[in-house]
Design a protein around this ligand. Structure first.
Ligand code: GLC
Length: 629
């Protein structure tokens, strides 16, 4: 009898706990939705579709929507088993057969798996298309943003991003982690070339143009202005990553500076329709951006009225404190909506589930994040068009797309010196010597974020090198000789003496790099480049130097040797755009997007107190550029 009396209260407790849990479980119906469920009706307002779908979702389905996994890390059956809402290719994340068709097959296979789920919510596949669909071999590679910044041409940037979107959508990549809208204050940063400029207005104008271009079709390709906020304003030596100096560092200045310099591009991008924003690795005020509730929730979502969703950078929330449970709680309570995990997603899902059950992340925060994600998927047309745009496969790398990139190259080149009107060159100059390590290399002229994350020298993708473009431009009307090292031993005159050419073009600059691996304390031209320049000086009448680089470099000695000096930035696959302006088929009209230093000890510039004359003045000011024709 005693045992019975002891047991009854325990049974009552268990019954009470079951009753308590019923309301949550009652919401967690896993019934098949009716065929006419409102969320499936494309004619209904987006918010009605969101409300209907959200109400049908279990906690597990909600967490799945907030989870982004890198494609090499996902188990196919986990896509439907864990309701994964997004996958990505990181830099260089191409399928083994790096063709448009293979990309489309890859993303369609993932999507078919996602559509097997009870609610059939399409997943969204993302990649970095920062100067074309640049992980894909055969895609058109545009000049990097530093070159697009030199064009100051918003219409052209919009066209570039529309072309990029068409090539990405053809392969089922409906999310572009682009444009970078960093306002770069120190060109020693390895991501200088990913940004349009040091100038807030230029970045604001061109960043919003790219958002419009990416999102110009239906289904549109989702733009992602990045990295919020202050990624381009970090201090040298403040990086939290071993070996990096600026990348992922601490943004200098106070909140007024942050708002004045770095916020306008986000406001303009949101006004242009941006519906996803990537949160930066960098820190401000002693806190990682991924943890900044004031800046993400109060400023971005509150003041700026951002109605889309935020995405973390690559495993960035893990950097907040190192205690993963706390980091997940902190990031999502700060306003993060989706986690670019990107590999260990089972742990993330387990931690997220625990944090919700413990009440450490309130359900209304989860619902707000999922609402934002669903809103975007409905708005962009993904429910109606979840599969790759097969009809556009033929546009990938097309002549029409390459023509847009060629125009961009021509408009991006900045003429820094042109003594005695050396440029434009005559196409019938009897002898033209071409030399230099950057003259005949598609990988070098494309830079980082091309096929591989860090880029790579060599024939990495179809395109026209600067050397080939020069040959094409002059045809048979001139004798063009190429010697990478500028020796031209075989070039002799009738008497057997070394031939002296009328024109010499030396193409020099940087090898590819990306992110913090490009942080540099010395931006001098290499000795090898200077050797090539000096050798050519002795062999030609008119010496033209073309610099292929991701930022201004220290060029004082080279500049003295040159009759003409051209900043070509990282032009991408369409080298003809360089020949077009060298030979006068197009005019030079590019303007410097960055102030050009005389020496490294001028960096970082104090833009508020920049001398305009004397040794302390920069070599060339922001906006400088000579014109021709
Ligand atoms: C990188 C970059 C970010 C990119 C992401 C996915 O680390 O910081 O710009 O979008 O990872 O590749």
């Amino acid at each position: 009898m005693k045992t019975l009396f002891r047991t009854i209260p325990r049974l009552l407790c268990i019954a009470f706990l079951i009753l308590l849990s019923l309301p949550v479980m009652a919401q967690e119906t896993t019934a098949e939705p009716p065929a006419d469920a409102p969320y499936k009706n494309a004619s209904l307002p987006v918010e009605d579709r969101v409300n209907d779908l959200l109400a049908r979702m279990t906690v597990a389905e909600k967490i799945g929507q907030m989870t982004q996994v890198e494609k090499n890390s996902i188990k196919l059956t986990d896509i439907d088993g864990l309701f994964i809402g997004s996958l990505l290719s990181g830099g260089g994340g191409y399928p083994s057969d790096n063709s448009a068709e293979a990309w489309a097959k890859m993303t369609d296979t993932f999507q078919e798996q996602a559509l097997k789920t009870r609610l059939a919510i399409p997943l969204i596949y993302g990649a970095d298309g920062v100067h074309g669909h640049n992980n894909l071999e055969g895609a058109v590679i545009f000049p990097h943003n530093i070159g697009m910044g030199a064009t100051r041409d918003a219409d052209l940037v919009q066209k570039e991003c529309a072309v990029t979107a068409q090539e990405m959508a053809a392969t089922g990549v409906f999310w572009d982690f682009s444009p970078v809208v960093a306002v770069v204050q120190d060109i020693r940063w390895g991501r200088t070339y990913e940004s349009y400029s040091e100038n807030t207005d230029v970045v604001t104008q061109l960043g919003s143009a790219c958002v419009k271009g990416l999102q110009s079709n239906k289904p549109f390709v989702l733009a992602t202005p990045k990295h919020f906020i202050g990624d381009g304003g970090t201090g040298w030596g403040t990086s939290t990553v071993q070996g990096y100096m600026l990348d992922q560092g601490v943004t200098r200045g106070d909140e007024a500076n942050l708002r004045d310099k770095f916020l306008p591009p986000y406001k303009a991008a949101i006004d242009a329709g941006a519906m996803s924003i990537m949160i930066s690795f960098s820190s401000f005020g002693g806190m990682k951006m991924s943890a900044q509730k004031y800046l993400i929730t109060d400023v971005l979502k509150g003041e700026l009225g951002f109605k889309g969703f935020t995405i973390s950078d690559w495993q960035a929330i893990d950097q907040i404190s190192g205690d993963y449970y706390k980091d997940v709680v902190t990031a999502f309570n700060a306003g993060m909506d989706m986690n670019m995990v990107p590999t260990n997603y089972p742990t993330f899902i387990r931690v997220m589930t625990k944090a919700i059950e413990a009440g450490d992340i309130p359900m209304e925060r989860i619902d707000d994040a999922v609402r934002r994600i669903l809103r975007v998927k409905f708005m962009m047309g993904l429910f109606e068009h979840p599969m790759s745009n097969a009809a556009d496969l033929a546009t990938v790398g097309s002549d029409a797309h390459r023509a847009v990139a060629r125009q961009a190259v021509s408009e991006s080149l900045v003429l820094l010196k042109n003594d005695n009107n050396a440029l434009p060159l005559k196409k019938d100059a009897p002898h033209i010597f071409v030399a230099g390590g950057s003259a005949d290399d598609i990988g070098v002229q494309s830079g980082g974020w091309t096929i591989e994350w860090q880029g790579r020298s060599g024939k990495i993708t179809p395109g026209t090198t600067i050397r080939a473009a020069i040959q094409n431009a002059v045809g048979s009307s001139a004798d063009v000789q190429f010697d990478r090292f500028g020796n031209f031993k075989k070039a002799v005159d009738a008497a057997g003496n070394p031939l002296h050419a009328e024109v010499g073009i030396v193409v020099v600059g940087e090898q590819p790099y990306a992110e913090g691996k490009g942080d540099a304390s010395d931006l001098a031209l290499s000795e090898a480049d200077m050797t090539d320049i000096n050798k050519m000086r002795d062999r030609v009448d008119t010496l033209v130097i073309v610099l292929v680089s991701g930022r201004p470099m220290i060029i004082n000695d080279a500049l003295k040797q040159a009759d003409a000096f051209v900043a070509a930035w990282l032009p991408g696959t369409e080298g003809e755009g360089v020949a077009d302006v060298l030979f006068g088929d197009q005019p030079f009209k590019g303007k410097l997007p960055y102030t050009w230093p005389k020496s490294m000890d001028q960096l970082p510039f104090d833009f508020k107190n920049l001398p305009t004359t004397g040794d302390a003045a920069p070599l060339f000011p922001f906006g400088y550029g000579l014109t021709t024709g």
